[in-house]
Write a protein that binds this ligand. Structure first.
Ligand code: FES
Length: 181
């Protein structure tokens, strides 16, 4: 138990009288009670600053998401129509060389394309055209082939949608829409 060293309310950490304290402690006295004391004002300041940092962080995340969502990638031909039979699929990279995407041709001849990274833990998703689904083999996640929205398993967000245009016998990617819902 610490004791008052000097009668002025100050206490040394080991509780011994001031005369028994080492010279360095006498030169640099620390009032342990005061040292551990956190004033209500300090605590309020801490709470305000922590909340402020949290709010700034949230704005930063929202801003980055918005920037990504409106980022326009240049249009690019990704496949020739005749190269993908109905029910078939190919992998292409768009907008950058490290962005794998899946181009799927439904049995009715229409095309859809999505980012190939699962929105759970980024495993590569694969098409199951017969089931109208895009599946993730890692944790049995499943997405609707027509919309890219999650149907089953752990994924909660839809796959990024690659906007397409079919013209002059070719499929063009026009941009990627990163969706949160
Ligand atoms: S990584 Fe796709 S379901 Fe987990």
């Amino acid at each position: 138990m610490s004791r008052d060293r000097s009668g002025d309310g100050k206490r040394s950490p080991d509780g011994k009288p001031e005369a028994e304290q080492p010279p360095w402690r006498r030169d640099f006295p620390i009032d342990t009670a005061q040292d551990a004391y956190v004033a209500r004002r300090d605590y309020a300041k801490f709470l305000v600053l922590t909340s402020l940092a949290f709010v700034v962080g949230q704005f930063g995340i929202a801003f980055a998401g918005l920037k990504r969502a409106i980022a326009r990638a240049p249009a690019r031909e990704v496949a020739r129509v005749e190269d993908i039979p109905p029910g078939g699929a190919i992998v292409f990279h768009y907008p950058g060389p490290h962005d794998p995407c899946l181009l799927v041709r439904d049995v009715d001849g229409s095309f859809v394309a999505y980012g190939q990274k699962c929105t759970h833990l980024a495993c590569a998703v694969v098409p199951h055209v017969d089931k109208k689904r895009i599946g993730c083999p890692c944790h049995e996640g499943a997405f609707d082939m027509a919309t890219g929205r999650p149907l089953a398993g752990p994924p909660r967000r839809p796959l990024p949608l690659v906007k397409l245009e079919v013209r002059d016998g070719a499929v063009y990617a026009l941009g990627v829409e990163d969706r949160t819902v």
